[in-house]
Ligand binder design. Structure first.
Ligand SMILES: [Zn+2]
Length: 196
């Protein structure tokens, strides 16, 4: 169902909130990374191909290992403002306090989504709803089993939030050595334990 080019990400798991490489390294190093991904992609958005020059955003793509408590940076993508806003639609919608402006922002993003994915408004609504549901697995009608499951989910979340999460950088990350060295000094870098 989701073979859309551009997909919506509602928000990161609660244990990963605020945990970004961008926030963990000096702004100058992040700027170097951003400039690099802009150049490599010819100053075009990697999703919709829009030319955006130096205003292209750098978007961190994550994977999580909930067994080893790892935040795995898979890729840094060059994205245009609209595609990036759709990735963080929650923040984009919250940014505008007043209702009319918020509606305008949402309308603009919906149109962008439909154009990039060549889909209908219904497709957008379905995708949005599905992503929201994934983020908040609370059933509408609650049975006792649902409530137990919900409590277990909450406890698991609480447990995960309390762990010491470490960063892992995939090979392809630009300036991997430089970033790793900063994270390492801060004790934020995962070091593989030697077997045996
Ligand atoms: Zn784009």
């Amino acid at each position: 169902m989701s073979d859309f080019k551009l997909t919506i990400e509602i928000r990161k798991p609660s244990y990963a909130q605020e945990k970004t490489v961008r926030n963990s390294i000096p702004p100058s190093l992040w700027k170097t990374v951003r400039t690099y991904v802009q150049e490599v992609n010819g100053y075009k958005c990697q999703i919709c191909d829009t030319y955006a020059g130096e205003s292209l955003h750098a978007h961190e793509v994550w994977d999580y290992d909930e067994e080893k408590f790892l935040l795995i940076l898979k890729e840094v993508q060059a994205l245009c403002r609209s595609c990036h806003d759709l990735k963080h639609i929650h923040h984009a919608a919250l940014r505008s306090k007043n209702g009319t402006k918020k509606n305008r922002v949402m309308q603009k993003l919906r149109k962008h989504f439909m154009r990039v994915n060549k889909c209908t408004e219904d497709d957008f609504s379905t995708h949005y709803r599905n992503q929201l549901a994934k983020n908040d697995p609370r059933p509408v009608k609650r049975s006792l089993e649902d409530l137990i499951e919900l409590r277990e989910l909450r406890e698991r979340e609480e447990f995960l939030r309390g762990q010491e999460w470490k960063f892992v950088l995939e090979e392809s990350i630009p300036y991997k050595q430089e970033i790793a060295s900063v994270l390492n000094k801060k004790g934020l870098l995962y070091k593989e334990e030697k077997e045996g």
